[in-house]
Design a protein around this ligand. Structure first.
Ligand code: NDP
Length: 462
């Protein structure tokens, strides 16, 4: 080990890479990390963090309206996009500095450079024009929005990266895709006053979620004024002389908008990094293939986070980083457990979910109990907002184990985090039933739905 410059070299300064570098350095390892763009990675710079800030920004018009029922008179509000962008920039610059400082504070060395593998122990730093060596190498280069070269006029389209920093807020936008990003941004743009159309190729948005939530969210978004076109894709995008864009949809309809945003998934960043030369195995999508411990086919090279295409979520990358540290530096081989991951979609209303959807549960178990409550949350009583909250528990009738918990409504993401614990622990519906409610909350419904709304036996609803 002493023959190398470092014990660990990390490529990629996002959530996963920074966590691994910081913790390894704090263990006394000689650590360096290279980031070619900005420390913090997708999550901090152009993902979760700015997205959530924009979600907050986009919710104010509804708060202003809702305030009337509580006795408030709010003068006519106006919105300045450039103030939001500038304040967001300030906040992410602050976080970026913290990310970098955390590694350095733990004793790690940070480089601002692209890093390319030269051999299994050597990395070339392009900005420094030199090669350094390391005993262990961790690749955490993340991913980027999937391009859409088959779409004629794709060069006129933007992705989530650009959406954060548009020079001006469009009057009308079309968003293609029905996943997390498309749905979250449709709500953000709509909330900020943009005429928004969501175009999704499938039958219902958010294909990986519980059908009840998908339908209810769809209805609520449409009620707010977001146009959702399912079973549709764009055929071409053309630019008009005035700069606006025409989009032809598969059904023959044409839309004219100021921006077209593509949110059709994300792909791993594995090109031009020397991976092929060193012989690191890549999968069909270009993602790095790893074993259960995040080790590639080259035994001193590891990979975590979105570059491995397991589950594309920040906390998963961080968890994989912690498991990597246990395995590589603490002599305690630890495989990240990707089962039962709680997640939220910051749509409006929010989705919070953990475990199996009803459809998945029905496929796996012969006897399923569904507990379902749909109600107007208390905050919408005086406001008069016509929006329902939906809560659903999916229970294995035989074992009583709660298999899935699904929420649509205010603070659903916060609730999903807490529901992640009992579901991960494998608790039963009886454990939920003997838990005292917290009153008055919306979440109390989760422990007061005593009777199943229906059962599904061998695929038949009874
Ligand atoms: P998703 O995988 O969530 O959704 C991609 C969407 O694009 C799907 O609706 C998919 O349709 C559709 N699609 C795929 N290819 C095409 C195509 N060629 N033409 C038209 N539509 C297409 O990806 P996102 O880009 O929304 O987000 C990437 C990942 O980032 C997410 O999976 C998630 O893991 C993470 N993320 C998490 C967030 C959170 O935790 N809140 C927020 C944002 C992102 P179909 O359903 O038919 O496959």
């Amino acid at each position: 080990m002493a023959g190398y410059d470092y014990d660990l070299f990390v490529i990629g300064g996002g959530s996963g890479g920074v966590r691994a570098a910081r913790v390894a350095a704090s263990l006394g390892k000689r650590v360096a990390i290279a980031e070619e763009y900005r420390y913090g990675g997708t999550c901090v710079i152009r993902g979760c963090v700015p997205k959530k800030l924009y979600v907050y920004a986009s919710q104010f018009p509804e708060h202003f309206t809702d305030a009337a029922g509580y006795g408030w008179t709010v003068p006519e509000a106006s919105f300045d996009w450039s103030t939001l962008v500038a304040n967001k920039d300030k906040e992410i610059a602050r976080l970026e500095a913290i990310y970098k400082r955390n590694v350095e504070g733990a004793g790690g060395e940070t480089f601002h450079s692209r890093a390319v593998l030269v051999d299994r122990h050597a990395v070339y730093l392009t900005a420094e024009d030199r090669t350094v060596t390391a005993d262990q190498i961790l690749i955490a280069t993340g991913g980027r929005p999937a391009p859409h070269p088959a779409l004629s006029g794709h060069e006129y389209c933007i992705f989530s990266n650009e959406a954060f920093d548009l020079k001006q807020l469009p009057k009308a936008i079309m968003i293609e895709g029905g996943g997390y990003i498309a749905v979250e941004f449709a709500n953000i743009f709509h909330g900020l006053g943009v005429e928004t159309t969501l175009v999704y190729r499938g039958q219902e948005i958010l294909s990986r979620f519980d059908t009840d939530l998908r339908r209810s969210l769809h209805e609520t978004m449409e009620k707010k004024g977001i146009r959702i076109l399912c079973h549709a894709v764009s055929e071409w995008v053309r630019k008009n002389p005035d700069g606006r864009l025409d989009v032809l949809l598969s059904g023959g309809q044409t839309l004219t908008v100021d921006q077209v945003m593509l949110a059709i998934g994300r792909i791993p960043n594995t090109e031009n990094m020397g991976l092929e030369g060193v012989g690191v195995e890549l999968g069909k999508t270009g993602a790095i293939v790893v074993d259960q411990y995040s080790r590639t086919n080259i035994d001193n090279i590891w990979a975590i986070g979105d570059v491995t295409h397991r589950v594309q979520l920040t906390p998963v990358a961080i968890y994989e980083a912690m498991c990597f540290i246990e395995t590589a530096f603490k002599g305690n081989p630890t495989a990240p457990d990707h089962d039962t991951i709680a997640t939220a979609v910051f749509s409006q209303p929010e989705i919070g979910t953990v475990g199996l959807s009803e459809d998945e549960a029905v496929k796996r178990f012969p006897d399923i109990e569904v507990y379902r409550a749909s109600f107007r949350p208390m905050r919408h009583t005086l406001s008069g907002r016509d929006e329902k909250m939906l809560m659903k528990l999916v229970v294995n009738g035989a074992s009583r184990k709660v298999l899935g918990a699904h929420i649509l409504g205010p603070d659903a993401g916060e609730m999903a985090q807490l529901l992640g614990i009992p579901l991960k622990a494998g608790l039963t519906k009886d454990d939920f039933d003997r838990t005292m409610a917290v009153h008055p909350t919306a979440a109390e419904e989760l422990v007061t739905m005593y009777k199943p709304t229906y059962r599904v036996k061998n695929g038949e609803r009874v």
